[in-house]
Design a binder for this molecule. Structure first.
Ligand SMILES: CC(C)(COP(=O)(O)OP(=O)(O)OC[C@H]1O[C@@H](n2cnc3c(N)ncnc32)[C@H](O)[C@@H]1OP(=O)(O)O)[C@@H](O)C(=O)NCCC(=O)NCCSC(=O)C[C@H](O)C(=O)O
Ligand SMILES: [Mg+2]
Length: 296
């Protein structure tokens, strides 16, 4: 895709789940500096509250009251009693994304896209597939590339830990294979990927350590469960002031070079690939600066 046709970069540093049945949380999201919101109809909503939550999520998306936040609805999974009605309501509300939990393979992606389109979703409503089962990890490369309407992979680390009979531990060693394969699949398919949630909402240091790990692995952002996690995610997944300064220096050194294909900056070799990374850093920085200026 050429630069002229590439869609504008949308920051997804901080993407906050909230039960769509929790009116206070749904209201509060309008005031939080989050890049994205997931109105949840799945795990965080009790069975008898699901129909009302579905209506509340659709109304929130239709309200136009969330400014430049990327709005999504997480429906209940394929094969559940609520899935079909959730998909129809979400598709008709037209959020940026319909988040589907426990997507296992490329066939399910195609089935979901067909259902979303049959329900009349606008073109801007993309599929966000959750990767949170052992089968999805084995299938993730094909799953990520299955359809152009799939825009984002979302790690479901609680379900993965449950399915693997693993344990939540600092450093997430039991999840490393799954996390790495998923990042590789997202990059190979050219889709975004969000890291899983950190459950201990009072453990600020633990949250930040996990966010830094996710950013270092290449995730675009982190899914969150509490407003107290938003600022840390925004800072961790944005290029630092030093990274922006370095990127500008790389670009300037390249432009001042003799066109031979290699220059040095402070003794370090710079080639075209480093300039490409520098340009990516600067375009992310510009998109975040514009978003934050608009948010005020
Ligand atoms: C975890 C919580 C239940 C804690 O809620 P609470 O006890 O109300 O927290 P606080 O008193 O500290 O809240 C302070 C204020 O912030 C608002 N709040 C809290 N959480 C949210 C939120 N997520 N979004 C918006 N606003 C929120 C409170 O209302 C307070 O407001 P105010 O009184 O005006 O100051 C709660 O945080 C929560 O429900 N979190 C989200 C849970 C959720 O959605 N879970 C599902 C996704 S996680 C998952 O399973 C991912 C994946 O599938 C996997 O497998 O890993
Ligand atoms: Mg889950």
């Amino acid at each position: 895709m050429s630069d002229a046709t590439a869609p504008a970069f949308t920051p997804l540093r901080s993407v906050l789940y909230m039960p769509a049945s929790n009116a206070k949380a749904v209201e509060k999201a309008k005031t939080l500096p989050v890049d994205g919101v997931i109105f949840d109809l799945e795990d965080a909503v009790a069975p008898d509250a699901k129909p009302a939550a579905r209506e509340a999520a659709a109304a929130a998306v239709a309200s136009g009251a969330y400014g430049r936040r990327t709005l999504t609805i997480r429906v209940n999974g394929l094969g559940t009693a609520w899935h079909d009605d959730d998909v129809v309501a979400a598709a008709q509300a037209g959020p940026a994304g319909i988040v589907v939990p426990k997507v296992n393979n490329a066939g399910e992606v195609r089935r979901l896209v067909a259902a979303i389109e049959k329900a009349g979703a606008p073109d801007h409503t993309r599929l966000w597939a959750m990767v949170e089962t052992p089968e999805a990890i084995f299938e993730v490369r094909d799953l990520a590339a299955a359809d152009e309407r799939l825009a984002v992979l979302v790690m479901g680390t609680n379900d993965l830990v449950k399915e693997l009979y693993a344990t939540h531990v600092p450093g997430r060693a039991p999840l490393q294979t799954a996390l790495s394969l998923s990042v590789l699949a997202a990059r190979a398919a050219g889709v975004a990927i969000l890291d899983g949630v950190y459950n201990d909402v009072k453990d600020v240091d633990g949250f930040l350590a996990e966010a830094v790990q996710g950013a270092e692995m290449g995730f675009d952002g982190k899914t969150l469960v509490h407003p107290g996690q938003v600022a840390g995610a925004n800072e961790t997944f944005a290029p630092s002031a030093q990274a922006v300064e370095d990127a500008r220096a790389v670009q300037a050194a390249w432009e001042a070079g003799d066109g031979s294909g290699v220059v040095t900056l402070n003794g370090k070799m710079i080639e075209a690939l480093h300039v490409e990374s520098a340009r990516r850093t600067l375009s992310i920085h510009e998109a975040i600066t514009a978003l934050e200026a608009e948010r005020g």
